[in-house]
Design a protein around this ligand. Structure first.
Ligand SMILES: C[S@@+](CC[C@H](N)C(=O)[O-])C[C@H]1O[C@@H](n2cnc3c(N)ncnc32)[C@H](O)[C@@H]1O
Length: 294
């Protein structure tokens, strides 16, 4: 029989085909427990991240062992119990490991021709933004780009690798993320293209410099809209504004926030596109609005 990919199907298969090995490894799950196993998992480098429901937390080590059996390239399994604060720091613990292999939660993730080093226990990595990264890597050739909330270079690195921009100024406040941003710039050979700045976007974003500004942050992004607009060259440029919004208020609220901020800094905003990136919480979406600022 072919090894099933989905965790629930894999658990059923493994426990029925290899009951002795499962018992020896201490992997004992009832049918009811198998039905509550998480269906989503995220692989970053050689680390697998899952969210185990509270009702199964007493079985997390068994689930960690089971997940290691699904993929021989996985070195560590982490359980994620949420993300907090302005630095978007995840709360993660190791639930599965291979004897004799490193327990370090740092890994090297390769995606779309780019390398990202990060510590998965301290920093989030949103694979859901892959489509958005692809959109942004089209047509930025020769541009000066300001990447506010740059993180470890989620947007700056793929744009630098694929789009031949003139310059990217990447601003990140969290010193841990900033350290990885600098390392990822080196790993991808972009020292001549990306200028990293460790600081608060509100005070560290340069003015009248950018053909394009990225605002890839959610929660309080609207508070930085005027700063983002001021970074755009006086002759005009593009702004990509992210926020989380209830489906009933999309796209009205983000568009209103953009036009109000433009009015306050004496600019004109023309909405070009609006997209849902992913579901954030029940009824709430992470969205992006593309704007031309004059
Ligand atoms: C969620 S991450 C970046 C997300 C990324 N654009 C993506 O698509 O996955 C947002 C980053 O903004 C940083 N940040 C939060 N507030 C900031 C501020 N005022 N100035 C600069 N960076 C900030 C956080 O530390 C975090 O690294």
């Amino acid at each position: 029989m072919v090894k099933p990919q989905k965790l629930k199907a894999f658990a059923t298969y493994y426990l029925s085909e290899f009951p002795d090995e499962a018992e020896a490894a201490g992997i004992l799950l009832t049918d009811a427990e198998i039905s509550r196993l998480p269906s989503n998992k995220q692989k970053i480098g050689d680390i697998l991240i899952v969210t185990i429901p509270d009702s199964l937390s007493h079985k997390k080590k068994e689930i960690g062992k089971l997940l290691l059996l699904t993929d021989e390239k996985v070195r560590l399994v982490l359980n994620d119990s949420g993300i907090a604060g302005r630095f978007r720091v995840p709360n993660r613990e190791i639930i599965g490991w291979r004897d004799g292999k490193s327990m370090s939660t740092e890994t090297l993730h390769k995606e779309n021709g780019c390398k990202f080093k990060l510590n998965t226990a301290e920093i989030m990595f949103s694979k859901g933004n892959l489509a958005e990264k692809r959109i942004l890597t089209n047509g930025c050739g020769g541009e000066t780009i300001v990447d506010m909330f740059a993180g470890i270079g989620y947007f700056s690195i793929p744009i630098g690798v694929h789009s031949n921009p003139a310059q990217i100024i990447a601003v990140e406040l969290n010193p841990v993320s900033y350290g990885y941003l600098c390392e990822n710039i080196r790993l991808n050979g972009l020292e001549e293209v990306i200028e990293p700045i460790c600081g608060d976007c509100r005070t560290s974003t340069p003015e009248n410099i950018a053909d394009r500004v990225l605002m890839g942050y959610v929660g309080t992004t609207h508070e930085y809209l005027e700063t983002g607009m001021k970074a755009i060259k006086n002759k005009g440029g593009f702004l990509h504004y992210h926020e989380t919004v209830h489906e009933k208020e999309f796209p009205k609220r983000p568009i209103l926030r953009i036009t109000e901020a433009a009015g306050k800094c004496g600019r004109k905003a023309v909405i070009l596109d609006q997209r849902i990136i992913k579901k954030y919480s029940p009824g709430v979406y992470h969205v992006v609005i593309d704007v031309k600022i004059y």
